[in-house]
Design a protein around this ligand. Structure first.
Ligand code: SF4
Length: 460
């Protein structure tokens, strides 16, 4: 099933697409449904129940804040991160549903955390209930945040289909199908994605949208390199990107050559975006927020260090990079998962690494088979990667993991580009392996903070 570029790359505020953007969208959709059913005006109380992973790491991941945004009718792009929406709700005990109807709201009573209950469909479940003045339930809906900010209502979870397939000229579900379509129509992967996108929206909107996504990614790097201080959440983690940036600039001024300097820059860019995400800044899901630093970091590596060796102009390369990465993510979303709560961090950092490796190989002039090879290598060496964030915050190991993922993506692309595209492990088989591994993984290692680093590292 084809996933659009604009489903894969969407703009939001950190720190977690599945725990922040998804719940926000679910709450907003629930409020819209109250309007559609004509019962909005009768609502006097709203209750939200968070299940499984959302309950276990929702506080650190900002889920409650996100649900409140959604109930207020806000969408990610419209949120001003500086505005104290939640503080006002806490202070006044009032929530302005859809920004028009004030109801009493007690954060301690009206948001319930069911940490022991994992709903069978997905571990990121949430239930919304609205009551009238006599306590009668007006509407109850259960939603799931299935990764990358995508949501599905309980009745839509059958067969893992989140929506009807798009009518695009080049639909594909597997990498084999994708490569065969490219060969048959003599297209690159990026070109094929572009043709598909132009049937879903106007060509000028596609072009403007891709450029906007690129711009927001790059702005996040620039903001992150300059923003000093500690990250929120209580771990008191100092933002490292500004210091690394200053040291790299100093080395440059002093002509202090180091053959591995490039790695420091890639790390810096990965850190910068991941720290922006952890601080609740505006970023792009790529494919999730926890893994949002990898693609911008590798893109900037391409622009700064690699594009001179590419057969394309810098702009063409960026274009090919992003559209190719989108197709790769579409394969993961169709056949596996990009949700840390479902398959561990291999579905977030692993997928981002795979997308970035394939995107970079395409930008460097790689063939479609080399692109597949790069994406496959990147995932093959992320298999089994667990999700065990300390304190339930998207900080440790997440921030460093973005830097490591970006460097690994560059390496995977370079390995693939040294070959002729022939490889033993196909991208389809590594995607299946990732999903099987994720399903077999103990829930403790899937965004619950019940094991791993989350319990073996002491902090205060
Ligand atoms: S460990 Fe990976 S999947 Fe888990 S919160 Fe961090 S980035 Fe996301």
């Amino acid at each position: 099933m084809y996933y659009s570029f604009f489903e894969i790359f969407s703009i939001g505020v950190g720190p977690s697409s599945s725990h922040t953007v998804g719940p926000m969208r679910a709450a907003k959709r629930y409020i819209d449904n109250l309007h559609a059913k004509g019962c909005f005006s009768e609502v006097e109380r709203v209750k939200i129940t968070l299940y499984g992973s959302l309950a276990l790491t929702g506080v650190g991941h900002g889920t409650v804040k996100a649900v409140i945004y959604g109930l207020m009718g806000l969408e990610a792009e419209a949120i001003d991160p500086e505005k104290p929406y939640v503080v006002a709700v806490q202070r006044d005990g009032l929530l302005h549903l859809s920004q028009e109807k004030p109801i009493k709201f007690d954060l301690d009573k009206d948001v319930v955390f069911e940490k022991e209950i994992f709903l069978p469909e997905h571990s990121n479940g949430m239930k919304f209930e609205a009551f009238d003045g006599k306590g009668k339930c007006l509407l109850e809906e259960v939603y799931f945040s299935v990764g990358g900010g995508t949501i599905a209502r309980q009745d839509e979870m059958n067969n893992r289909i989140e929506r009807e397939p798009y009518k695009v000229p080049y639909d594909f579900s597997t990498c084999n199908e994708l490569i065969a379509l490219c060969e048959k129509h003599d297209k690159s992967i990026a070109n094929l994605v572009f043709q598909n996108e132009c049937t879903l929206r106007k060509q000028e909107d596609v072009i403007a949208g891709v450029l906007k996504i690129h711009g927001i990614m790059q702005n996040a790097i620039d903001r992150g390199m300059k923003s000093k201080g500690n990250l929120p959440g209580g771990l008191n983690i100092k933002r490292r990107a500004p210091e690394i940036y200053e040291r790299l600039e100093e080395k440059f001024r002093n002509n202090d050559y180091d053959p591995l300097l490039m790695i420091d820059w890639i790390n810096l860019w990965g850190f910068a975006v991941a720290e922006e995400n952890a601080a609740g800044g505006q970023i792009v899901t790529a494919p999730t927020m926890g893994s949002a630093g990898i693609i911008p970091a590798v893109l900037r590596y391409y622009e700064r260090f690699a594009s001179q060796k590419s057969p394309y102009t810098v702009e063409e390369g960026i274009w090919k990079f992003l559209l190719t990465a989108s197709a790769i993510c579409s394969l993961y979303r169709t056949n596996a998962s990009i949700s840390g709560a479902e398959v561990g961090c291999q579905g977030e950092v692993g997928v981002a690494c795979s997308m970035a490796a394939g995107g970079l190989a395409a930008a460097m002039g790689g063939t479609n088979k080399q692109v597949e090879n790069a994406a496959e290598i990147a995932m093959e060496h992320n298999l089994g990667l667990t999700c065990d964030p300390i304190g339930g915050l998207v900080q440790v190991p997440c921030i460093e993991r973005n830097a490591m993922g970006a460097v690994k993506a560059v390496n995977a692309a370079r390995i693939a580009l040294k070959g002729d595209g022939d490889h033993i492990v196909s991208l389809d088989s590594v995607i299946k392996t990732m999903f099987d591994t994720g399903i077999d993984m103990n829930n403790k290692y899937k965004e619950t903070s019940l094991a791993g680093l989350a319990v073996n590292v002491s902090y205060c």
